[in-house]
Ligand binder design. Structure first.
Ligand code: FES
Length: 100
């Protein structure tokens, strides 16, 4: 099921923004105009990935440097070992929708 979490204008190019989706912090990243959604909590020690750095489709955690592929949630570099959950995201008219 897709839920409305905000407006299609909420996340600018190259930016990340965190939304509350049914009690879970979900990060929506705008990588060169493409939106990707994934759980914001780093699987290493729980830092917010939104406080890290987005370069293309790679997010780097500010705490210990783990890297994740925002398109899939896969770990690209440790110390994190487990992926973050990736979620479907969609723009419909003015609405930003993501998977619950
Ligand atoms: S909490 Fe993200 S790398 Fe350690």
């Amino acid at each position: 099921m897709l839920l409305r979490i905000g407006s299609s204008q909420d996340v600018n190019k190259g930016q990340m923004r965190v939304f509350d989706v049914a009690g879970t912090k979900v990060n929506v990243a705008n990588a060169d105009g493409h939106l990707y959604a994934f759980d914001d909590t780093c699987t290493h020690m729980g830092c917010s990935l939104a406080k890290g750095h987005l370069a293309g489709t790679v997010v780097t955690c500010a705490c210990h440097g783990s890297q994740f592929d925002v398109t899939s949630g896969a770990v690209l570099r440790g110390p994190a070992e487990r992926p973050v959950r990736s979620r479907a995201v969609q723009v419909k008219g003015d609405d930003l929708l993501t998977e619950a």
